[in-house]
Design a protein around this ligand. Structure first.
Ligand SMILES: Nc1nc2c(ncn2[C@@H]2O[C@H](COP(=O)(O)OP(=O)(O)OP(=O)(O)O)[C@@H](O)[C@H]2O)c(=O)[nH]1
Length: 348
């Protein structure tokens, strides 16, 4: 199955919220004046008998002419309709600012025009793609060996799973990859990472429980350099409860790996969980203060009606979105494609 099909199938909670919302907005418009078909005039000659034709269905099947679709309902674009659209987009987690901007762009030059739900979906998808295209950028790969990727995010956001999926994809692309289990306090997190490492066929470096993550990172750098690894991914703790500690821990990891390579880390990926909705915006603000976030990965778009938050993130921060996750399996993560996402999100 292509990733777009998967995305469309799994984004249904978000897309039905928006798609059905748009259908509802168009349907809620005033009913158009009834048009009475002209009655046949008494003097009109009877219509000539048509030659017997195969049924429309059969013709359609044989010659590919689709039976005529019933006309879609339409609604004239006015202030009330725009307000409903804006509310629906806010409900769908696009956030007030983005909802306002998107609605204003849709309105421009179209006031009074009678739109069908499909046309409205196309317009919305275009606006969303316009916001998201500049941030749809795959994780950049550098010739530098090892390229060090620091992975940050709150506990449970999907860091481990994302590292496992990325490791497996880079391996499949012929890269040699190494993982460091930097959340040394949580045995369960380390165990999960080891399982993912096995699945991906990638070595996972671990340290004694509670030991210094920076020292593990240093050892991992040493080994990655010695073995000529292309990529070193470093998992980190996500305890936001003690922000100061976390900040110091991340800063120390960075300091230590820079002793080995002053240009590292080459990427700092922030993993966000789509089910947290607007809270993802706060997480970006917070982690930007803790680390030099260079790009985002959004997970769990399959389990939520709040996928619209990705549009708000793109609009607010302009940070690259490298990949999105739509499930728990190894191939349920792929590069982010703005057009595919926009169309899937509005239910096209
Ligand atoms: N449905 C779904 N579940 C996901 C996705 N990504 C991760 N998960 C699940 O989310 C849960 C948390 O993922 P982890 O990768 O362990 O998250 P973490 O950020 O490493 O969390 P800690 O290990 O607690 O720090 C796991 O049960 C994953 O299987 C996704 O894209 N879709």
């Amino acid at each position: 199955m292509s990733f777009f099909s998967k995305l469309r199938d799994r984004l249904t909670r978000s897309s039905s919220k928006i798609g059905e919302g748009l259908d509802g907005i168009v349907d809620a418009g005033p009913a158009p004046a009834a048009v009475t078909p002209a009655a046949p005039q008494p003097m009109d000659p009877p219509p000539p008998a048509a030659p017997a034709a195969p049924s429309a269905g059969l013709v359609g099947r044989l010659f590919g002419t689709a039976p005529a679709k019933p006309e879609e309902p339409r609604r004239a674009l006015d202030d009330e309709m725009l307000e409903e659209l804006e509310d629906m987009l806010v409900q769908a987690d696009l956030g007030v600012d983005t909802a306002l901007r998107v609605t204003a762009n849709i309105a421009e030059g179209r006031m009074g025009r009678r739109l069908s739900a499909t046309e409205l979906k196309e317009l919305l998808a275009t606006e969303i793609a316009r916001i998201m295209t500049p941030v749809a950028r795959p994780l950049p790969l550098y010739p530098k060996k090892p390229q060090v990727v620091l992975v940050v995010g709150v506990n449970g956001a999907g860091k481990t799973t994302t590292i496992g999926k990325l490791a497996s994809q880079f391996r499949a692309a012929g890269k040699s990859v190494m993982i460091a289990a930097g959340d040394t306090f949580r045995a369960a997190a380390v165990e999960q990472l080891q399982i993912w490492g096995q699945r991906a066929g990638v070595p996972v470096m671990v340290a004694a429980q509670g030991s210094d993550p920076a020292s593990l990172a240093f050892d991992a750098m040493t080994r990655a350099e010695a073995e000529g690894a292309d990529l070193l991914m470093i998992d980190t703790a996500g305890r936001l409860q003690n922000r100061q500690d976390l900040m110091e821990e991340l800063a120390k990891i960075v300091r230590v790996i820079r002793k080995k390579d002053p240009t590292a880390p080459h990427n700092t990926l922030l993993v966000l969980d789509a089910t947290t909705g607007q809270n993802a915006l706060n997480q970006v603000e917070t982690f930007r203060q803790l680390a030099d976030v260079s790009g985002l990965v959004m997970t769990k778009l399959d389990g939520t009606a709040r996928g619209g938050v990705l549009v708000a993130l793109a609009d607010r921060f302009g940070l690259p979105i490298h990949a999105i996750g739509v499930g728990e399996q190894i191939d349920d993560l792929d590069a982010f494609d703005a057009n595919d996402f926009a169309r899937a999100l509005v239910g096209l």
